[in-house]
Ligand binder design. Structure first.
Ligand SMILES: [Zn+2]
Length: 69
């Protein structure tokens, strides 16, 4: 029985480590802005993501968004 609990604890450990890594990746992705345009789903070029930290739209969708304000 203890053997089974040991094995289960190892799984839990691995799951937690996996979850932490995923959360860290999501956090660092959030700092750079989204890799995909929130409106059309196209990839946002990295140059734009660096120039406009936290941007969530491609240039075309951002311009359309600003015009609709
Ligand atoms: Zn777009």
């Amino acid at each position: 029985m203890g053997d089974i609990i040991d094995r289960a604890a190892k799984y839990t450990d691995a799951e937690i480590r996996h979850g932490i890594r995923r959360a860290q990746q999501q956090a660092s992705a959030g700092n750079k802005g989204s890799a995909e345009c929130a409106d059309c789903g196209e990839d946002i070029p990295e140059a734009r993501r660096c120039a406009v930290p936290g941007c969530t739209r491609c240039v075309a969708c951002q311009e359309a968004h600003e015009k609709n304000k």
